[in-house]
Design a protein around this ligand. Structure first.
Ligand SMILES: Cc1ncc(COP(=O)(O)O)c(C=O)c1O
Length: 382
């Protein structure tokens, strides 16, 4: 007998997003509003810092937890931006992308059979990550009537009181939903009452358009039960450099580092130099990219309104999450639109419960493409 895959690996299906990329790759006139990554290059200064570090021969491992200077810079940054206070020595871990941070959190906090409540629609990696860690996913739906915010009512109704861990992500992929302090407070109260560990993925924190970001970790009693995941991929357009970080109580970070130090040793050194430069000198570039996303967001929302496509006003990340404007399912609509007009969007169903009947439309795409894509959608609907 050949190699036998583990039950956990066999239990996880291939990504639903991939299927659409594969279809889109079969033709050459496709405009993709499907991808979840910036269309900008990494800010010039950060790229230069990466090249410099290579030229200086800085090609060895760093400390397991990441370069001290970078951890210090991260600590100062999150304090200034989000009022989060973490000790760079014990409470911050630099990872290979936010993806590694999320995976470490599942493996560090989830025992086999534990229940992990996941606010859905959700980023596609959470449920598989829980399965790989041996946990059981408990979907907690968010609803359009609440602008896709997580509510205490939904937590109660789905049985999250018995869960061990809660995973949430605001601003959200795929909905673009955001949560203000008043919305986070009842969720924090629920987590305290039911002793939940919270994994808060805040990778889109810098990309918010009508208000400031609030982290659930800043609410009373939450810092001791929350790990906050963030990274450089989205705000600094650094997806390919693979750099993220996670912050939380010392024992949580030490536990996560125990896995990281064996599995990863340290995050990529070149990328850590780029990230340090990005934090210290690239605020202007982030502001410019954020302003560009906001212009695209407003254009897209206005255009959907003109076309009679219902879409709540998402205020974060770079996704719009409109309703399917025909009688079809999201899958059928996305396939037909791709076939007829060469526009790729992702059906909401791939992001779990509450996603059906919606489409994820990424505006991390140039304005010309957005214009052309919405013109094609108009033709498709005629
Ligand atoms: C919510 C969310 N978390 C994490 C990630 C992964 O980020 P990274 O490139 O830092 O691994 C993504 C990427 O799309 C995301 O949307």
């Amino acid at each position: 007998m050949g190699i036998q895959l583990s039950e956990r690996v066999q239990a996880v299906p291939p990504s639903g997003i991939r299927k659409f990329f594969e279809l889109a790759e079969e033709r050459d006139d496709v405009i993709s509003l499907g991808v979840g990554e910036p269309d900008f290059a990494t800010p010039w200064r950060a790229r230069t810092a990466a090249v410099d570090s290579l030229e200086r021969g800085q090609t060895s491992y760093t400390a397991n937890r990441g370069m001290r200077e970078l951890r210090e810079a991260i600590g100062e940054h999150v304090d200034a931006e989000y009022d989060l206070e973490y000790d760079p020595d014990e409470e911050i871990l630099v990872t290979a992308g936010a993806s590694e941070a999320v995976d470490l959190a599942f493996r560090a906090f989830v025992n086999p059979g534990d229940t992990v409540a996941v606010a859905e629609p959700a980023y596609v990696s959470y449920a598989p990550g829980v399965t790989f860690a041996g946990g059981e996913v408990l979907p907690v739906p968010t609803y359009e009537r609440d602008e896709f915010r997580l509510t205490r009512e939904a937590l109660e109704a789905s049985g999250a009181a018995d869960a061990e861990v809660l995973v949430m992500c605001f601003p959200n992929n795929p909905t673009g939903a955001t949560m203000e302090l008043e919305h986070l407070a009842p969720v924090a109260e629920f987590a305290r009452e039911h002793d939940l560990t919270v994994i808060s993925d805040e990778i889109y924190a810098a990309l918010q358009y009508e208000h400031e970001h609030t982290s659930i970790a800043t609410l009373p009693g939450m810092a001791s039960r929350t790990v906050v995941v963030n990274g450089f991929s989205k705000a600094y357009a650094m997806t390919g450099l693979r750099l993220g970080y996670v912050m939380g109580p010392a024992e949580a970070i030490t536990g996560m580092n125990r896995i990281h130090q064996y599995g990863m040793l340290s995050a990529p050194t070149t990328a850590q130099h780029a990230a340090l430069e990005a934090l210290e000198h690239c605020d202007d570039a982030v502001d410019e990219m954020t302003a560009a996303y906001d212009r695209r967001r407003q254009f897209l929302l206005a255009r959907f309104e003109e076309l009679g496509i219902e879409c709540f006003r998402a205020k974060g990340a770079f996704y719009a999450f409109p309703e399917v404007p025909t009688e079809q399912t999201g899958d059928e609509f996305a396939e037909d639109l791709l076939e007829a007009e060469g526009v790729a969007v992702v059906p909401g169903s791939v992001f779990g419960s509450g996603g059906e009947g919606h489409l994820r439309v990424s505006y991390a795409t140039g304005m010309d493409e957005l214009r052309e894509a919405t013109d094609r959608i108009e033709r498709f609907l005629d």
